[in-house]
Design a protein around this ligand. Structure first.
Ligand code: CMP
Length: 139
């Protein structure tokens, strides 16, 4: 099934100069980029995006981190895009992530884990319009 998913190269990924590397991985794996922009989230925007995690012990720190610098947000499209993107990223905790995944290779901590990806079609349906209007998505 052709799906769309949201990708964020988080502030640590941008600071580490990994924009090109992450995009290269997506293109190499055949995930098509159908929307892309750079954003610097403010705290309220980060809280809104991660509202599902409100109340968790890491919520405050996560939203400080996500508003600490620019991120690159993208919509990826392809067959089983959500699952394939999650495989490319690896597990949330880089220490649990498989060899060769983006998080295993580049992430420092479970919080500062380089990339975000939607975890279901329902999540993607919330996350994609959080950043993109339909006219900003091509194809
Ligand atoms: P992400 O895939 O963007 O989804 C939620 C984010 O919360 C996650 O990546 C991490 O950045 C962060 N996160 C999840 N679990 C923890 C945790 N136990 N401690 C700190 N940050 C976490």
């Amino acid at each position: 099934m052709n799906e769309r998913t949201l990708s964020i190269i988080k502030p640590d990924g941008v600071r580490k100069g990994l924009i090109g590397e992450v995009i290269r991985r997506y293109e190499q794996e055949g995930l098509k980029i159908v929307a892309m922009k750079m954003v610097h989230l403010n705290k309220a925007e980060a809280k809104g995006f991660y509202a599902v995690h409100r109340g968790k012990p890491f919520f405050e720190s996560l939203t400080v981190f996500m508003s600490s610098g620019p991120s690159v947000v993208m919509v990826l499209e392809g067959e089983k895009a959500i699952e394939r993107h999650r495989q490319i990223m690896g597990a949330t905790d880089p220490q649990q992530a498989d060899e060769g995944t983006i998080r295993r290779m580049y992430a420092d901590t479970i919080e500062q884990n380089i990339v975000h990806g939607s975890d279901s079609t329902e999540t993607a349906a919330f996350e994609i319009p959080y950043f993109f209007s339909s006219s900003e998505i091509v194809g």
